[in-house]
Design a protein around this ligand. Structure first.
Ligand code: FAD
Ligand code: FES
Length: 295
């Protein structure tokens, strides 16, 4: 029998560890590449065409995107070319302007609203026109998929803070369909210029605009065929509970930390009543009745 010295055993252990990690990384990147090839998503270097502050800690960014048009609810992983962060950050598409009106489904300008949180979002907000970022997308499911029985009865869109972004794009897709928009902010409002709701309710926590308080205080689901909401989890839970009590279907967009964005790393698990789902691939939009909130 071979008798290895402790140093040999350590070297052997390190070798097997490195081998296992290399194997795992290779399998993961194969899975990542396969997922990308099987979906409509693209990974591309894109030019930033506009960057401007729209509120104290929120910036609006626009990029030239030659790939497929995003639908309301979908997101991209964004990573500036010059960056100190390893992973792209998931940011919802807030707007879409096709370059050629005759071909609205590909090639145009995609816009985002970015709230300053940590280093990744700060780097995005610091981007200037002409600089490039890597964009991977469009990723995830859409509000329209949840709204399959579309008819003329009104729906409600309810947002908290920068959670307004994916609902703005959906509001622009609704055309003549009646919808009411409930938007909550900490202070001041942003992003509402391009939408035409039947009614608009704005609430700010400091009372600087609209009603003073939090948006769930001014929202009741009765009379709506469905409710679509995005914002902080405690807000989603209050809105969701009210909808469940009134037996109105409600769909919420959830936020989780993400790495790959395409279902390859299993890093964005969402607990639902039937087990676990991936926020990036199965979501980010879920039926609120299924979601197990942390709070
Ligand atoms: C599907 C999806 C869509 C999103 N859309 C937008 C959007 O349109 N605009 C926007 O500004 N942000 C959006 N986010 C959130 C955004 O991805 C995070 O704010 C961003 O990753 C933070 O990165 P950072 O490096 O700036 O902060 P970090 O340094 O990573 O974190 C700073 C702080 O923010 C918290 N945080 C970081 N990421 C998240 C997260 N995903 N959820 C909750 N808390 C987090 C951290 O715990 C920490 O306390 C979205 C997230 C998801 C999953
Ligand atoms: S981010 Fe990798 S599985 Fe969702």
């Amino acid at each position: 029998m071979l008798n290895f010295s402790p140093i040999c055993q350590q070297v052997r252990g390190l070798f097997f560890y490195a081998l296992a990690e290399a194997l795992f990384t290779t399998i993961r990147s194969c899975f990542f590449t396969a997922s990308l090839l099987l979906s409509d998503s693209k990974l591309m270097k894109c030019e930033c065409t506009s960057s401007a502050f729209v509120a104290g800690d929120v910036a609006a960014l626009e990029f030239l995107w030659p790939g497929p048009a995003p639908r309301g609810g979908q997101f991209f992983l964004l990573k500036p070319q010059r960056t100190g962060v390893f992973l792209g950050r998931p940011i919802s598409a807030a707007g879409w302007k096709p370059k050629n009106a005759a071909k609205p489904l590909s090639g145009g300008i995609v816009s985002f609203l970015v709230l300053r949180r940590g280093r990744g979002s700060r780097e995005l907000m610091d981007m200037r026109p002409g600089e490039e970022a890597e964009l991977l997308g469009p990723l995830g499911n859409t509000w329209a998929q949840m709204d399959s029985n579309a008819d003329t009865s009104p729906i409600a869109l309810v947002s908290g803070g920068v959670g307004i972004a994916p609902l703005l794009l959906y509001a622009c897709e609704l055309g003549k369909r009646p919808f009411d928009f409930y938007a909550g902010f900490r202070t001041g409002s942003f992003g509402l210029e391009k939408i035409k709701p039947r009614s608009l309710t704005i609430a700010t926590e400091d009372g600087s605009q609209g009603l003073k308080g939090r948006i769930p205080d001014f929202f009741t689901p009765s009379g709506y065929r469905a409710v679509f909401a995005c914002g902080p989890e405690p807000m989603l839970k209050i809105v969701g509970d009210a909808c469940i009590a009134s037996e109105i279907p409600c769909y919420v967009s959830l936020e989780k930390h993400m790495a790959c964005g395409v279902g390859a790393c299993l890093g964005c698990t969402v607990k639902i009543t039937g087990g676990n789902r991936l926020c990036c691939k199965d979501g980010p939009i879920f039926n609120v009745e299924e979601v197990c909130f942390d709070h």
